[in-house]
Write a protein that binds this ligand. Structure first.
Ligand SMILES: Nc1nc2c(ncn2[C@@H]2O[C@H](COP(=O)(O)OP(=O)(O)OP(=O)(O)O)[C@@H](O)[C@H]2O)c(=O)[nH]1
Ligand SMILES: [Mg+2]
Length: 335
């Protein structure tokens, strides 16, 4: 590897080795590194990438309180009984806290039935340069490399953020509940689009039929490019009912996409976006790492305020620092 511009951070090979062995404490440690500093985390992710691509990633989204955590918990238990290694990432774009406290309780309080073989991590919005979706992608990379057969990502469905988050999954389940009849119509088009499997949870409550009718109508109106007609599964997560049906629906979908080119094309599209996000974060990092940039920004901001310069030219001048910073590139080694 050529020396990086600002010196590539040291990486702890021992930590990598233990993560690859699936050691939970090391996985947690590395996730913290990755979450706290993209720059410090990147060399690890670079190295881990070659060990990824083996896990099945299941995204679960739905409105607050629809029973996502309960379902995730039950599904984890279900898959654990098949002796599969399960990792869970609970993402909350609405919470500023991460890693423990509030969010942690949100999922852990449900997790009586999840055994020690299940790894659980919570994530929130706090300071992710390049966005929560990117940070979640990084954590997925770590868990994938660590050898989890299944990784379940739970996120509250409120907007574009979680669409981005669950889109990285191989299969996505959207959770609905009885009593949200009219809301089904109002559901964000994005959420409808990403649902490979629809789950009506809390099917023990009245109104499940009505939601199902509304949902069916919506599904029949939207033709998907891959030809898949998303099934509707009923569950009572709190009693562990409907799990086998969930798992079967997931399996059916996967056997369709595995046999087609759609999953690959989708993945290519996602990787393209992810690359752009990464590049954006790297550009910002590289700019902001230089104290001179901050001085320049201070000066330009004053000048814009005094109307000496317009914001567009100022931004251009800021960007031009990138090419100044860039010393002649060392030859790129290929291996
Ligand atoms: N009656 C009934 N209650 C359920 C069912 N599944 C979950 N619940 C209850 O619904 C409440 C919310 O469940 P959670 O699993 O925390 O829901 P969530 O979607 O993860 O909630 P947030 O993460 O806060 O958005 C809890 O009190 C559960 O016990 C179900 O199938 N039937
Ligand atoms: Mg939850």
């Amino acid at each position: 590897m050529p020396p990086a511009q600002h010196g590539r951070p040291e990486i702890n090979q021992d930590l990598i080795a233990r993560v690859l062995e699936g050691d939970f404490r090391s996985i947690s440690r590395l996730i913290s590194v990755v979450e706290n500093s993209p720059e410090a985390g990147r060399p690890y992710l670079r190295e881990l990438f070659q060990h990824t691509g083996k896990s099945l990633k299941i995204g679960i989204t739905g409105s607050p309180g629809s029973g996502k955590s309960t379902l995730v918990d039950q599904l984890a238990r279900y898959y654990r009984e098949e002796d599969r290694k399960v990792g869970i990432i609970a993402v909350d774009p609405t919470s500023p806290y991460s890693g423990g406290a509030i969010l942690g309780d949100r999922i852990r309080m449900q997790s009586r039935s999840v055994d020690r073989g299940t790894f659980i991590r919570s994530m929130a919005t706090r300071g992710h340069l390049g966005g929560l979706a990117r940070a979640t992608g990084d954590v997925l990379t770590v868990l994938d490399a660590a050898g989890f057969d299944l990784i379940i990502v739970e996120t509250v469905g409120v907007g574009q953020d979680e669409v981005d988050i669950v889109r990285a999954a191989d299969v996505t389940m959207v959770i609905l509940v009885p009593g949200m009849g009219d809301d089904v119509q109002a559901m964000k088009a994005g959420i409808m689009e990403i649902g490979d499997v629809f789950v009506i949870n809390k099917a023990d409550r009245p109104g499940a039929d009505r939601v199902e009718v509304e949902l069916k109508a919506l599904i029949s109106m939207s033709a998907r490019a891959d030809g898949w007609k998303p099934p509707i599964v009923r569950t009572v997560a709190s009693e562990g009912r409907g799990l086998a049906e969930c798992a079967a629906a997931i399996e059916n979908y996967l056997s369709l996409v595995r046999a087609s080119q759609f999953q690959r094309n989708r993945s290519i599209r996602i990787q393209r976006e992810r690359m752009l996000e990464l590049a954006r974060a790297m550009v910002l990092e590289s700019l902001l790492a230089d104290p001179a940039t901050h001085e320049l920004m201070d000066r330009l901001a004053r000048e814009i305020t005094d109307r000496v310069v317009d914001p567009y030219s100022a931004a251009e001048e800021l960007l031009s620092r990138l090419s100044e910073q860039r010393a002649p590139e060392p030859a790129r080694d290929t291996h």
